[in-house]
Design a protein around this ligand. Sequence first.
Ligand code: ADP
Ligand code: MG
Length: 560
Amino acid sequence: MEKKLFQAESKRLLEMMIHSIYSNKEIFLRELISNSSDAIDKIYYRTLTDDSLTFDQDDYYIKLSIDKENRILKVEDTGIGMTKEELEENLGTIAQSGSLAFKKENELKDGHDIIGQFGVGFYSAFMVADQVTVISKALDSDEAYKWQSSGADGYTIETTTKETVGTEIILTIKDNTEEENYDEFLEEYRIQSIIKKYSDFIRYPIKMNVTESKLKEGTEDEFEEIVEEKTLNSMVPIWRKNKSELTDEDYDNFYTEKRYGFDKPLAHIHTSVDGAIRYNAILYIPEKMPFDYYSKEFEKGLELYSSGVLIMDKCAELLPDYFSFVKGMVDSEDLSLNISREILQQDRQLKRIANNIEKKIKSELQSMLKNDREKYVTFYEAFGRQLKFGVYSDYGMHKDVLQDLLMFSSSKENKLVTLDEYVSRMPEEQKYIYYASGDSIARIEKLPQTELLLEKGYEILYFTEDVDEFAIKMLMNYKEKEFRSVASGDLGLEDQEQKEKEASEETEDNKELFESLKEILSGKVKDVRASKRLRSHPVCLSTDGEITIEMEKILQAMPD
Ligand code: ADP
Ligand code: MG
């Protein structure tokens, strides 16, 4: 039987590429810049094996230029260029990646930086351009060629002249339509900001002539427009630098530059992992809660880079909810991207990274708690609530991660204490970790139920936040000590219980009084008993079940 090849309707395929792969038009510039960077990398690799070539850093760059009048945006590079055949193969065949082939041929596995692999990025230029012209001269060729296309109709190739080796991509930017703005891609500031966003860490300089208004020399209020060539990208990402060369200030600056927050971070974590999955990460614990933190608008997540190119603004999978306040970035060469390079193919690698990151954050917080209490309290006052929600959520699945990070107000010291501190100073005969709930510390301190315990010298945790008691119910115990509300019917005080029993026996005489109280309060209380735990108060409420009075109040306030 004859085997037939699939036919692809290339015109339709190209239309699909252009209109449905990318969610964001501005991505075209990231793709073109990535290609230029790959082209320069290829020359660099050639110089490693070819003695007749030298790599002089200054000769290798990418240059952008804007011609507003003619609606032209040009991306020029001094990379390896393309021969006529390569133009046909790489730009004439959808999904043909010369860069992937290059990686395979040269067996570049470790430490490679070549970005291309799918052979589709180039066509994203048609999202913003009516016509794309490519002029290229390859390192191995004396001739230069011009490739031109207006999209689905196909392309032409002819010879042309070009002095130097490299490639020019010339885009004729579309006219604005009612729905879409294209003029923005002819604005210097817009181009600068797109480069900053996606291509800031491309290792070669991305240059552009930038117009700036400057004070005229010798005058005080006269300005003149000055055009200056500027490098738009920072090139060396801070996370690839050696930790020992970096100061706290460098990290703080990066935080501000990246607009992770307007505050000054309390701490940073810089980690480079070189194991089964390689990545660099810089993470920050902010000082202040973002204003929208507890609103629906807040999105958690870290920036995700693949070999220095931004893939995602906020990758939520990298952070558990209870650490959603953490800001920062991850860069990895080992991610399997999907074709648009916007989302990830599969998240096994991502999960691994996320697990490591979670451990790092936890240990950073633990060491802050141990070594810089004041700082930790600042942190806890901003984000402690989130940790408590973390204990409570997912049926307490994360309690092991979080319980040591919790703090509560206490009757002992006028400050927040940890559970470990509480347990380690419990008198030997004390059975439970006691807590009392209320709207404020002042009100809790007036609770009749606390009197007996305080008299015995037992510490009581003060729960003033609605989530406190729910979190503790999920924990159930800490270091084998159960939690017990001061309002509980059984406080585990043996001698007291005995007395209580005696008390209720004594009340035979008062039977009538208790009976009539019960009748008056019927439907409101289960029982009326004499109590020995009161000191200055005549009466108190106590509970038998799991749900305390405070919890009941919260549950009742919740919408159905
Ligand atoms: P990818 O980068 O994933 O391979 P592209 O569609 O972006 O796919 O590019 C296709 C191919 O065209 C590249 O693999 C490369 O071989 C070639 N190419 C694109 N731009 C350039 C350039 N500026 N210089 C040299 N070669 C280029
Ligand atoms: Mg590409």
